[in-house]
Design a protein around this ligand. Structure first.
Ligand code: CMP
Length: 355
């Protein structure tokens, strides 16, 4: 059985401990909680705190030995997770002590790459986000000003100043509509409708910018990762830079665990595979093992016939798969590579009994 990497176990443990701790904090805020339940929950928090303390010691040792130099946010989270509850224990009244453990909310983020990704998206899209935010502020102030002018005499207690009208404008612009402040005049209601429509547009713009930003960033990361993987397949070194770019875009990385079947004899084949790392076994009458830098699954693509053999992973394999349509593209942009693949397919076919 393959070993689970320690980072995965500690990430899972962090999530489990944080969820348990936060549930205990929430339970401790319920009034009339029995004394023995309170004690048990506080002991639970103390236990989690101890584990986090040990984790902090581990983090600091790793940091000392310079293995964690780039992980400052993780170290900061580990320190805060231990320090803040400790300070609360020493200096805060019993009623609110446990609330400081809410800093554990940050623990699951410690190993998360999502926030780094989000930071990059926000920095890449900063100009557009600032643009839409400026529109939001302009519309917000304009709507508050207009609502104040229209409604101030009708409802002086609710629209008697621009800051007061701003609460209505925010609730309306975000289309939340609490309903605690409602324009009474006809002009005020027309204004309300316009503000709602502006709000929908502005939020759609924000969502659109962030969605395309995430999509672009994920594609960029995939491209860089594929580029590195493609470099490990000698066949692709023959490609021109333009063809290489196209191939990098069309290849999909896959990790197949040891023992898994990648393609089955007789199945329809719509993709071929390049082995970046690891090895596979082709279940021909004389089984053949093929390893890094080689490829398989090309015969079905070229002949259109079903898979000629079952192929399974001997070790964990890192593969790049290429779909039929992209294979056609590769064939036209790089006839040399297509020829090598065709020749190999022919040799393999001839190697088969009766081939
Ligand atoms: P395909 O027929 O699409 O699916 C099974 C794959 O196993 C086949 O393509 C080849 O890539 C590979 N294969 C079949 N026969 C041999 C062989 N004799 N040596 C190496 N690989 C083979």
């Amino acid at each position: 059985m393959p070993a689970i990497p320690f980072s995965k176990i500690s990430a899972l443990l962090n999530v489990l401990l944080a969820v348990t701790g936060l549930a205990a904090i929430a339970a401790l805020t319920t009034p009339d909680i029995a004394a023995h339940v309170r004690f048990a929950l506080e002991m639970l928090l103390a236990g989690i705190w101890t584990i986090y303390g040990l984790q902090l010691i581990g983090t600091l040792i790793a940091w000392q030995t310079a293995r964690l130099r780039e992980a400052m946010p993780a170290i900061a989270i580990d320190v805060l997770a231990v320090l803040l509850p400790l300070l609360a224990l020493l200096f805060v009244g019993r009623r609110d002590q446990s609330l400081y453990c809410a800093i554990w909310l940050l623990k699951p983020l410690r190993q998360s790459t999502f926030f780094r990704l989000m930071g990059r998206v926000i920095s890449n899209e900063a100009r557009n986000l600032i643009g839409v935010t400026s529109v939001f502020v302009i519309v917000l102030f304009g709507a508050s000003l207009a609502a104040y002018l229209i409604e101030r005499d009708v409802q002086p207690d609710r629209f008697g100043s621009i800051p007061q009208a701003m609460w209505w404008a925010v609730a309306t612009l975000s289309t939340t509509g609490y309903g605690d402040e409602i324009p009474q005049s006809f002009a005020g209601r027309v204004l309300g409708g316009l503000v709602m429509m502006c709000g929908i547009g502005i939020f759609a713009l924000w969502a659109g910018i962030l969605a395309t930003g995430f999509y672009d960033e994920v594609r960029r990361q995939d491209f860089v990762r594929n580029w590195q993987l493609v470099a490990a397949v000698p066949l692709f070194q023959k490609l021109s830079p333009v063809a290489l770019m196209e191939v990098v875009r069309s290849l999909r990385p896959r990790i197949i665990p040891a023992g898994a079947i990648i393609c089955r004899k007789g199945d329809r084949g719509d993709q071929m595979y390049f082995i970046v790392e690891g090895s596979v076994i082709v279940a021909t009458p004389n089984p053949v093992e093929i390893g890094s830098g080689s490829f398989f699954g090309e015969m079905a693509l070229i002949t259109g016939e079903p898979r000629s053999a079952t192929v399974s992973a001997v070790t964990e394999v890192s593969l790049l798969s290429l779909y039929s349509a992209d294979f056609q593209m590769l064939s036209s942009s790089s006839p040399e590579i297509a020829e090598i693949i065709r020749r190999t397919a022919l040799e393999r076919r001839n190697a088969a009994p009766g081939g």
